[in-house]
Design a protein around this ligand. Sequence first.
Ligand code: UDP
Ligand code: GLC
Length: 382
Amino acid sequence: MKRRRVLFVDHTAVMGGGELSLLDIATAYRETSQVLLFTDGPFRERLEAAGVSVKVAPAPEVALTMRASGELSALKVLPALWWMACQVAEAGRGFELVHANSQKALIASALATLMGGPPVVWHLRDILTAGHFSRLNRRIAVSLANTRTALVLVNSRATGEAFVAAGGRRKLVSLLYNGFSSDAFDHLAPEKPAEIRTELGINDAPLVGVFSRISYWKGQHVLLEALRELPEVHALFVGEALFGEVEYTSHIKALASTPELEGRVHWLGFRSDVPALMAACNIVAHTSTEPEPFGRVIVEGQLAQRPVVASATGGPAELIQDGVTGSLVPPNDPVALAKTIRELLADPSATAALAERGRTQARTNFSLETLLAALDKALQQV
Ligand code: UDP
Ligand code: GLC
């Protein structure tokens, strides 16, 4: 089957979950497709290294920095958005479809249809609730989706329900979970986890890892607070603040340097060897305080055959069957998180069985092949 000719559009070039997912998709579509980015950065390099053709059209700063959670001042950004729409219309010539991978990409791509741009598929990876987005922002995104897109791919049922609750047309929605290649998890050098532990200087101490970018709603503080009740346990934080969360970063660094926690918290910044780092942990924790749309780190923790404990809201509740393929805890509840960590550490054989079931489920339900087959089928129908 010949894949559709798609122009993939994304506003950012930092490596967030949406970009890692698009990297796999665009790689599979590289014979027929191209990626248009509104800024240059590591994502462009990763795409090109994978043989994907990329075009960068640097957009005016004002359009890239408008905050999704704030009331965007439409008048100020309109000329910049219009310019971005012109770029999509222009680059879209010769492609059958535009795939908008972010909300800013959606706005530009939807406006481009007014200039003869190709039909738009919005890959919605966000939960459109007040906790994440302002009312005006939700209204603009939903109206454009309802009137100017052919299809809205949602990364979980929770994402789809939030879209509908915000006024989105249910008929447009199609569920497309993230999919993963398990190669990097399956072919790790066996000595790697021990090497990482030696580098961290922690030997056999229990280690709980969080692999999210540093951001208030990703809830790194929840694990830090839980750690107060777990005096033997160390925490590993992998990821950096991708969107300038300076205050939150200094807040959690200060928390971690209190005497109770000192020496037990390890910060690694952004890393490209997540599978090896997960394998060095006893537990992978996902601590989001707001509903997580999907949560790639959860499936990755399962593929690494680690017990995953996640906040029971949004996508994670679709990825984990509590007590069977992982553990779910109420969001923003350090006491519940500490209790679950303690229980998981106390019963190694039950925990290993949980991790094994999680791995089987991740391999079966969230493979890259499953994602690509579902995407091919959905795009054929547009
Ligand atoms: N990740 C990474 N390096 C890091 C931290 C995270 O490559 O240092 C990856 C992680 O493995 C996952 C993605 O970033 O694939 C985060 O995606 P997720 O869906 O969990 O959250 P998002 O940041 O997209 O909201
Ligand atoms: C977004 C969401 C995250 C999801 C990712 C990939 O970044 O915040 O939950 O896993 O997209 O779809």
